[in-house]
Design a protein around this ligand. Sequence first.
Ligand code: HH2
Length: 263
Amino acid sequence: MLGVVNVTPDSFSDGGENVDPAVAVATGRRLLAEGAALVDIGGESTRPGADAVSLDEELRRVLPVLEGLSDAPVSIDTTKSEVARLALGLGAALVNDVTALRGDPALAGVIADAGAYVCLMHMQGEPRTMQLEPRYDDVVGEVVSFLEERLAIAVAAGIPEEHVCLDPGIGFGKTPGQNLELLGGLARICSIGRPVLVGLSRKSTLARVLGDPTARVGSDAASVGAAVAAFDRGATLFRAHDVAAHVDALAVAAAIERGGASS
Ligand code: HH2
């Protein structure tokens, strides 16, 4: 479980909550206490329509938080090699790159040199325009092919295959229907052979499914239900804001899968 800490003024569900570094550090520690394995720290929103953030601004946002959590397990949600390099130097274990190593040509080398882990995510287009008219002939097949190709590129750049997890990129250049199709076909993504991470938490698709065509944010209850459904289809890594609820629900789902609770 990755607990989300967005150090941004404009993230779609928690924008502005963690812009004070002390608050962000406290949020990160709370999410770890609730059961997160990593705190995923991000300094640039990737919500639909978001503008890119400069290197200086991203560093200004995330460095104090990484310093405050240097004794804790963290991942860095960035597309920039310099942000990743400094974060890894401060102890980050994983780079969560929503461009899957297509954004910054130096990023793969930084991750390989540090011996770090990476999450490679599928996105059609770029955040500013990705939701305008996403189109696929076969959304599951295209995402599988993309992730296979990016995994091969990561390995060719010196990142061990065992250090890579894959993410279908829910909401990144996909309509609600395409997101649901992808989740239905998650087993095909898992069959690539690497752990699959899903980020469903509070995504607007959840509210659209519930009948609100203009919603920008889904509820935590819907997020937890969707995470359990993704777990049933093979996902093993989850990126969530309400960590406590996800941990409880997924622990019960895992116990059911094992065929009985441990007590
Ligand atoms: N979703 C968001 C950001 N980073 N990383 C991965 N691997 N997978 C995701 O689905 C994913 C992600 C968007 O959510 P959030 O961080 O809450 O919002 P924002 O991008 O507006 O900061």
